[in-house]
Design a binder for this molecule. Structure first.
Ligand code: ZN
Length: 198
């Protein structure tokens, strides 16, 4: 335990995902040593992101406006929706340049162990979009792990009776990890090789 401000910083850093107590301590001491201007740039970036960035009213991707850049782009194919877990999955798929449709970001994945069910995700909003948008195919692009699988099965069961084509990425992605662990070529291939959910 350190005194006051240093311990506060370690505690805050330790609440970030993937940062354990040792890393929190290391980052805190790094911040103590850096130039004050560098530290101020970091706090300014955090403040700015919290003040200006929000979630797209249509697809829940990060956005600086009411709707995100992809939803506002008239060149994107509105008949295909790609369902992903997190905004960073959108970035990973965009990098492949294989996809020209729109997205829907669930904001996580079903995980009974963490108490996360469909009601905690943007599932209802997804169903709502099917009324107003000319969607003819939904691509399920969830992480290749247990939570992603559970989410995909749930959504297939929910969407299949609606008469919309539901597809999933081809296998070949690194199992157990996140979508964005895959390199662009592998992810692009999984995309173009997508198959119908039965
Ligand atoms: Zn959007």
């Amino acid at each position: 335990m350190y005194e006051g401000a240093v311990q506060d910083l370690i505690d805050e850093l330790g609440r970030l995902p993937g940062i354990g107590p040792k890393s929190a301590q290391r980052i805190a001491f790094h911040i103590l040593q850096v130039d004050p201007a560098d530290a101020r740039r970091l706090t300014a970036a955090i403040t700015k992101v919290k003040d200006t960035v929000r979630f797209c009213a249509r697809c829940w991707n990060v956005s600086e406006q009411e709707e995100c850049r992809i939803c506002r782009d008239p060149r994107r194919d509105a008949s295909v929706l790609c369902v992903v877990g997190e905004p960073r999955d959108v970035v990973a798929i965009e990098r492949t340049r294989e996809y020209r449709g729109r997205y829907h970001v669930l904001g996580g994945a079903i995980s009974p162990i963490d108490g996360i069910g469909p009601d905690d995700l943007h599932v209802e909003e997804l169903i709502g979009r099917l009324d107003g948008e000319p969607v003819s195919e939904i691509i399920l692009a969830l992480n290749p792990n247990i939570e992603g699988e559970a989410t995909s099965s749930y959504l297939s069961r929910l969407l299949s009776p609606l008469g919309i084509r539901v597809t999933r990425l081809a296998s070949g992605l690194p199992v157990g990890g996140d979508l964005d662990y895959a390199d662009e070529v592998t992810l692009g291939r999984a995309f173009s090789g997508r198959r119908d959910v039965d």
